[in-house]
Write a protein that binds this ligand. Structure first.
Ligand code: 5AD
Ligand code: SF4
Length: 458
């Protein structure tokens, strides 16, 4: 989501003459787009701001100026405190205010003209009534694989999570806006679109006509009809919002990729309840079974938190059991970190750091083994791969399999942005190496035009 937001900020700044700089040293404007979800997010931002203060001083000594902005959820959570603690910061704005960036920059310039000084920083951390999406320019090209934000905020209030406070109440963009943005992305070269939302499958956007709203399954069917769009994905989902229609979409739509990030957080009913996840471990198992019945090759991913307050050895063992039963292709796991202002931060029975570290290591060992086994099981198979970028080695391109695995293979650059069939030759923990299927490579060579240009076609 932050990558998408940063791209949109760049879109907003382009008409004002801003272009991306290679380094902070070369920048007139530095925007730190921050995440507050875990760990010492605020401290990291303040230490980065310390480095930027030195740069800003050097620039000023040379007669120039630098504008420093902090965006995102740390900005939202810290607000005016950040302007007080780091007076080198010119503006602080939350995730719901970034469409106002040009106006905020103009305000910074006015304040500067009036003479910089304490209290002159610009703050925008309210939750505006208007949707920022109505004020953003049309999304420009993002390459073969593009993000599209369809939903923001969350009303679930899991007791460990800051999102409902920093991103605000759940909001779904209207279907017509999403379809228009998707069509523009495809016209600009996107073959794959990943729909984004903090709780994306709670989507309930206004229908294109006739009132009412559409849920995610229906939206996916509509988007799958866009000509030229080869792949759809969506993230991140809550198990409770996996409705029948969405599960049926996984059976129906070949465009919908067989990979789903479905966080469970814990395998213990007691912990799930204390987390206010509103489902137990068996309910999650049932959702997984239904999804796999709809799409037997579905690869699953999840998030896990270890060391939630009160988590016992038996609770943690239940998490390991769930992981063993479900089998994940990939997963993220974290030590619980108390987020200021969330209900769990005040719970008794906080788990000691050493116990959290031990549990995390055990969980990650299991998840890593599952990931490697999943990757190895694709060796010898032919998989469609969307080629997205150049690899580190000359002549090598990198793309993704339907299951989100990074696949490295030798291929000519003119295939960037296209789907090829890759024969998987080897698998590591984090990526696969492959060659193009001989038929396809041969057909392309026989077809001619790039044969001379690319004598190495196999
Ligand atoms: N501590 C640890 N992990 C957290 N997450 C969210 N809040 C916390 C927290 N306080 C994790 C969850 C979520 C992912 C995005 O970050 O696993 O799914
Ligand atoms: Fe946070 Fe996700 Fe829970 Fe919403 S559903 S409160 S975003 S963890």
């Amino acid at each position: 989501m932050n990558v998408y937001d940063s791209l949109r900020m760049a879109d907003l700044l382009a008409p004002l003459g801003y272009r991306p700089a290679e380094t902070p040293e070369a920048a007139d404007l530095v925007v730190l787009n921050t995440c507050h979800i875990r760990e010492k997010a605020a401290e990291k931002v303040y230490s980065e701001l310390g480095r930027l203060r030195a740069l800003k001083r050097t620039r000023a000594a040379a007669g120039g100026s630098m504008t420093i902005a902090v965006a995102g959820c740390v900005a939202q959570a810290e607000g005016a405190e950040m302007l007080r603690r780091a007076p080198q910061v010119d503006m602080v704005f939350g995730p719901q205010s970034y469409h106002r960036l040009p106006e905020l920059l103009a305000q910074v310039a006015r304040n500067r003209a009036a003479g910089d000084g304490p209290g002159r920083g610009v703050l925008a951390t309210d939750f505006p009534v208007e949707s920022k999406f109505d004020h953003l320019p049309a999304a420009p090209a993002q390459g073969p694989s593009a993000f599209l934000s369809i939903q923001e905020g969350c009303d679930k209030f899991c007791t460990f999570c800051v999102v409902p406070y920093t991103r605000g109440a759940e909001y779904s963009r209207p279907v017509a806006d999403i379809v228009a943005e998707a069509e523009r992305l495809v016209a600009a070269g996107a073959r794959e679109i990943t729909l984004l939302g903090q709780n994306v499958n709670a989507y309930h956007g206004a229908a294109p006509a006739g009132g009412g709203s559409w849920r995610l399954g229906r939206l996916l069917r509509r988007l799958a009809a866009i000509e030229g769009l080869a792949r759809l994905r969506y993230t991140t989902s809550h198990p409770r919002d996996m409705d029948d229609d969405l599960i049926a979409a996984h059976a129906e739509l070949a465009t919908l990729m067989p990979y789903l990030h479905l966080p469970v957080q814990s395998g213990s009913d007691a912990v799930l309840s204390a987390m206010n996840r509103r489902h137990d471990a068996d309910a999650y198992r049932r959702v997984v079974d239904r999804l796999r019945a709809a799409r037997p090759d579905l690869a699953l991913s999840s998030d896990f938190i270890v060391g939630f307050p009160g988590e016992s050895d038996a609770d943690f063992a239940a998490t390991l059991r769930l992981v063993t039963e479900v089998g994940y292709a990939q997963a993220y796991s974290f030590k619980y970190s108390a987020r200021p202002g969330t209900p769990a931060a005040g719970l008794p029975d906080q788990v000691p750091e050493a116990v959290k570290a031990e549990r995390l290591a055990a969980l990650q060992q299991l998840l890593d083994a599952q990931q490697l086994a999943f990757n190895r099981a694709t060796v010898g198979r032919a998989l469609p791969v969307l080629l997205e970028r150049r690899g580190r080695r000359p002549g090598q391109l990198v793309g993704r399999s339907p299951y989100m695995q990074a696949v490295h293979l030798p291929a000519p650059e003119d295939l960037l942005g296209t789907l090829v069939t890759a024969e998987i030759e080897a698998a590591g923990p984090n990526s696969l190496s492959a060659r193009r299927a001989p038929d396809e490579a041969g057909a392309k060579a026989a077809a001619g035009p790039d044969r001379a240009a690319c004598g190495a076609v196999a």
